[in-house]
Design a protein around this ligand. Structure first.
Ligand code: AMP
Ligand code: ZN
Length: 672
């Protein structure tokens, strides 16, 4: 397949720019373009590669996620074993290590490189000709699993490196990088939040989460997990190509790998000891968890002289921080209701000091965890505080004499509604959409752009409405009047009127949006549409059995059960009746296809139209068989522009796409 030279050149320019931005974003954490600009570059490259299949190349940034889920991993033998590290727990241990280094080599002076001991999963990455060809887990140290497809999705791993830099640093084009895959504390918190919302399993710590994400068979899952990779070792033909470990770290950074941001070369063991103490003190402030410091002899020649034991190198040692733990009494176990309605048990402790902080309580996450720990009220437990993250219970150390088991309440402590638990899920929930614990969140969701689209009902207004007792569920919005709204803080008469108008307009938006707005679990916009199209009426959906619900294409048993559960809750039934009285439309507009006049035609809208809402205009287009798309390309048939058009209009002009103002659009709609 021949590819025009201009396309090849364009692709290589785009790839270079994208690589640069990926490095700035994922490695340096200092992006120089917006996400939208980045996406635009990526889309441009994808389009170009789609048009010219001959451009395909495994190291293109578009190829990070590819490949279907696998059946299993192949086992690959490491070129040289991935060893473990000897541990040290005190300054004296470090001095002993230093003494051995001097004795064994007969040298007076040895420089050390110090780095964080990342608490993740170690990986070996093989590069051939400067391009990533394979990623292998440590496994048993001799051989590991080939996880290449997953590794490719990790953005801080370069898919290829700059040949000019390799040359300058005198690093051969075929090399191996070893390092650690980790998940940052923030990434970990977000992941567990997502898991909770989906009813999936919680991960105990970032290390397990990272290891799990690398060892799943579906690279899409790895890609969704925000993993990071820190490189710490460079080999070529089984040995270090550079004279010093410090050169390797600098070289890896130059090749755009992430390396430990705190690494240092130090010329005495006393400085190493100081470094370990200083890093230990600010361990909790680091964006990722570490369990110690790794100390390595800097000079390659010295390393080779020292060699290895069967388990670990003699030229390196890990300094492990003491665990931050204490034992205390569990005075009570109580539940709180989160914003998604999940009931979370937590332990209330006899206050205890752990590394300078008074700990009074800790979450127990869910009932499964309470059972796994076997913890009861009155027990003495071991509590750990890892860095600044919330403390957690590790285990029961002594059962209390008058211990009392925790029982999940049958009713919501906030609203008294019955608590539900879905089959196969760990979470217990209050599914009352009007539960005060979820009220604000539920209102914001209801008013959202893709739900009832009540522009102007933001957080500040919702807070006031709820706190003043004016609104306790979404249906109350339809009873608001101008005077009461105008009395709110920072609400001018004009904006109050606008809000009333917005609320009024939302009445007519139709079934699909209403379903989504109600915020049933697992029911997103798409499911809302499918249900609306299939049933046409909210009352029919409310009356449908789970079995009936699964007759809708794409609606599986999990979704069906959640919908049935929602409507089985009396509080939700009441909400529906209130919405009905509020004049909210419960039926779907079936977009009938009037004719196929616009078949094969695509429309892009920009700016605001005076006589149509975007939705209406889109409905018109669809009713004649046309398609509405969001971005302009050469294949766009029409760009319809209103007041204050965006950059789409300029783009349409440069591409020579037919432009329509609102009048011309109306005319086109009317013309047979
Ligand atoms: P251990 O598993 O406790 O024997 O420690 C050895 C492991 O520490 C190695 O296999 C690496 O996965 C990990 N490690 C974390 N950070 C570093 C680092 N900066 N240098 C070398 N190894 C590290
Ligand atoms: Zn409740």
């Amino acid at each position: 397949m021949t590819v025009p030279q201009s396309a090849t050149k364009k692709a290589s320019l785009l790839r270079e720019r994208i690589r640069k931005h990926e490095h700035q974003y994922y490695v340096l954490d200092d992006p120089s373009v917006t996400d939208a600009e980045f996406d635009a570059l990526m889309n441009e490259l994808k389009a170009l590669e789609a048009k010219h299949p001959g451009l395909a190349s495994a190291d293109s940034p578009t190829q990070r996620v590819g490949g279907a889920p696998r059946e299993g991993f192949d086992t690959v033998r490491h070129r040289r074993p991935m060893l473990s590290l000897d541990n040290s727990f005190s300054d004296d241990d470090l001095r002993d290590f230093d003494r051995r280094v001097h004795e064994l080599t007969g040298r007076e002076k040895a420089d050390y490189v110090v780095e964080h001991k990342f608490d993740g999963l170690s990986l070996s990455l093989l590069y051939e000709n400067g391009a990533l060809v394979r990623g292998v887990t440590r496994g048993d140290g001799t051989s590991g699993e080939d996880v290449t497809a997953n590794v490719r999705t990790i953005r801080s791993i370069p898919l290829r490196v700059d040949a000019a830099i390799l040359k300058k640093l005198r690093i051969p084009h075929d090399f191996e990088v070893r390092g650690e895959v980790i998940m940052t504390r923030q990434g970990f918190v977000i992941l567990n939040q997502q898991q909770e919302e989906l009813g999936g399993k919680r991960f105990a710590n970032p290390r397990n989460a990272a290891a799990g994400a690398v060892r799943v068979l579906d690279p899409e899952i790895t890609a969704s997990r925000r993993l990071d990779f820190y490189a710490y070792q460079l080999f070529s033909a089984g040995r270090s190509p550079l004279k010093r470990n410090s050169e390797a770290l600098a070289g890896l950074a130059a090749l755009q790998f992430k390396v430990c941001p705190a690494w240092k070369r130090l010329d005495s063991i006393n400085k190493v000891i100081q470094f370990c103490a200083a890093q230990g003190a600010r361990r909790g402030d680091l964006p990722y968890e570490i369990d110690g410091i790794v100390i390595k002899v800097d000079e390659t020649a010295l390393q080779e002289e020292l060699g290895y034991t069967s388990k670990a190198p003699r030229w390196a040692i890990a300094y492990k921080y003491p665990a931050q733990q204490a034992t205390t009494l569990v005075r009570d176990i109580f539940v709180s209701v989160g914003r998604t309605g999940v009931l979370t048990p937590a332990a209330l402790f006899e206050p205890v000091q752990i590394s300078g902080v008074t700990v009074v309580k800790s979450t127990l996450h869910n009932l499964d965890e309470v059972e796994r720990l076997g913890v009861q009220i009155g027990d003495t437990v071991l509590v750990e505080r890892a860095g600044e993250v919330i403390p957690h219970v590790l285990k029961v150390v002594k059962e209390g004499r008058d211990r009392r088991p925790f029982v999940m309440p049958k009713n919501c402590p906030e609203c008294g509604s019955k608590i539900h638990k879905a089959e196969g899920e760990v979470a217990y929930r209050c599914v009352n959409a009007a539960c005060p614990a979820k009220r604000k969140e539920a209102l914001l969701h209801f008013a959202g752009r893709h739900a009832m689209n009540i522009d102007g009902l933001g957080e500040k207004i919702v807070d006031q409405l709820v706190e003043k007792g004016m609104v306790s569920d979404p249906a109350d919005l339809y009873a608001l009047n101008l005077e009461s709204l105008a009395a709110l803080d920072r609400m001018a008469e004009k904006s109050a009127q606008n809000l009333i108008d917005e609320i009024d307009a939302s009445r007519k938006l139709g079934l699909a949006r209403l379903i989504y707005a109600l915020g049933m679990r697992f029911v997103g916009e798409r499911t809302g549409q499918l249900l609306a199209e299939h049933f046409g009426d909210l009352d029919k959906i409310a009356a449908a059995s789970a079995e009936k619900l699964t007759e809708v294409g794409e609606v599986g048993p999990k979704v069906a059960a959640a919908v049935e559960e929602f409507f089985s809750e009396p509080a939700n039934r009441k909400l529906i009746e209130k919405l009905r009285r509020g004049g909210v439309k419960f039926t779907a507009d079936r977009t009938e296809q009037k004719d196929a006049r616009f078949a094969g035609k695509s429309f892009v809208f920009t700016g605001s139209l005076a006589r149509h809402s975007r939705e209406e205009a889109a409905e018109h287009v669809k009713s004649h068989g046309g398609k509405v798309v969001s971005s302009v390309s050469k294949t766009t048939s029409y760009v319809v522009f209103g007041a204050d058009p965006g950059s789409k209009l300029d783009k349409a002009k440069t591409l020579g796409v037919t432009l329509l103002d609102e009048a011309a659009f109306d005319k086109l709609l009317r013309s047979p």
